[in-house]
Design a protein around this ligand. Sequence first.
Ligand SMILES: Nc1nc2c(ncn2[C@@H]2O[C@H](COP(=O)(O)OP(=O)(O)O)[C@@H](O)[C@H]2O)c(=O)[nH]1
Ligand SMILES: Nc1ncnc2c1ncn2[C@@H]1O[C@H](COP(=O)(O)OP(=O)(O)O)[C@@H](O)[C@H]1O
Length: 227
Amino acid sequence: MVVPPLLRAVIMGPPGSGKGTVSARIIKHFGMKHLSSGDLLRDNMQKKTEVGILAKSYIDQGQLIPDDIMTRLMLNELKGLDQYNWLLDGFPRTVAQAEALDKECQIDTVIDLDVPFETIKCRLTARWIHPASGRVYNLEFSPPKVQGIDDITGEPLVQRDDDKPETVTKRLQAYDAQTKPVLEYYREKGLLKSFSGTETNKIWPHIYAFLQTKLPDVSQQDAATPR
Ligand SMILES: Nc1nc2c(ncn2[C@@H]2O[C@H](COP(=O)(O)OP(=O)(O)O)[C@@H](O)[C@H]2O)c(=O)[nH]1
Ligand SMILES: Nc1ncnc2c1ncn2[C@@H]1O[C@H](COP(=O)(O)OP(=O)(O)O)[C@@H](O)[C@H]1O
């Protein structure tokens, strides 16, 4: 039996473009391992690790964590996933990070969520998360069954400190200056697949169709109506 090669994918897009939301659907349908740099940093902050304490000062200011720290943290996590198809979310965010990642493995595809900044700003102030799992809700788009409570564990939801309007503006500036060049980097390599729109539910069927050309749907649901 020929074993297909493992898929190495990255999901990109500005803060609030829906990376976490789309990643959850990708994992459900295609069974990939999801590694989110933001979730990993928040976990470190909550546990008050050395990286977590350092990261907090940058995150609270809407700035990126220095490349060497971020790269070490993520490449170390990836070591444990080398037997799986994986999806990186939030990393790489600078060209230096992308180059460091390239030295370790060959990326197959980069999914870019191209969502306008104006759409994003409103979304983030209505975002609530369950920190332990990374599950993400939105008061209008995807509210929890009970207000303020995670659907699965019954634990309380929190708002991210960096979703304050002033910090969101700084994060969008950092995206423009530092992360957009990464899109160009992957475009030049022929790996970038951009999906444009203002609603995740309209973008998702296109991403689903694209990934179906690479991986089988492992979910129990009817593949004709992906959700
Ligand atoms: N109104 C609206 N909110 C959305 C849509 N897609 C995602 N969201 C919400 O927008 C916020 C940001 O999405 P998230 O997946 O966390 O984005 P990320 O920062 O790129 O990982 C969350 O509160 C989501 O529930 C959408 O199509 N419409
Ligand atoms: N690859 C990275 N390089 C540097 N900083 C990062 C990286 N990933 C996450 N961060 C930091 O963590 C914050 C939150 O990241 P994330 O949860 O991915 O948020 P979002 O996609 O909503 O901007 C970022 O604003 C940044 O300060």
